[in-house]
Design a protein around this ligand. Structure first.
Ligand code: MG
Length: 162
């Protein structure tokens, strides 16, 4: 068996008047949300880049350019499903996914289980193969000032092919 590792990083500004969707979960109580051409789901974007990186398929900007009106307001889970399809076509399987979200708002940990289930459903894996960790900016930098949400993801793929 061969393994391939990939990492992804994304950051979106948090602004008023946007739905707050992270890890495919809507935080309806949050009065700010990630700004973006799509729904701005930084966690899912980081995960997409990790998957594409591991498979050597480029990056999210290459697949879904923010200049393309087709992706305006896109559901990032749909972008994830499309990306995962391309990765599967190269005969890769997911071993595990590990994600970290850095944000002051919303509070992630009570909803981390819902995020894991949502992502596992799209990827067709067990929720136990997906880890979501959350940390805060501790008052430092743009995350600490609640100006943005930042997310990182690492993915390990395996394949029986050489
Ligand atoms: Mg993004």
């Amino acid at each position: 068996m061969k393994f391939r590792i990939g990492q992804g990083w994304d950051r979106h500004a948090l602004i008023e008047g946007r739905p707050c969707i992270l890890g495919g979960v809507l935080f309806a109580e949050c009065n700010v949300g990630p700004k973006g051409h799509s729904d701005g789901d930084a966690l899912v974007h980081a995960l997409i880049d990790a998957l594409l990186g591991a498979a050597g398929l480029g990056d999210i900007g290459g697949l879904f350019p923010d200049t393309d009106p087709r992706w305006a307001g896109a559901d990032s889970l749909d972008l994830l499903a499309r990306s995962w399809q391309l990765v599967q076509e190269k005969s890769y399987r997911i071993e595990n996914v590990d994600c970290t979200i850095i944000t002051e708002i919303p509070k992630i940990s009570p909803r981390a289980g819902s995020m894991r289930e949502k992502l596992a459903e799209v990827l067709g894996v067990g929720a136990n193969q997906i880890s979501i960790k959350a940390t805060r900016g501790e008052g430092l930098g743009p995350e600490g000032r609640s100006e943005c949400v930042t997310a990182m993801a690492t993915v390990l793929l395996s394949t029986g092919l050489n």
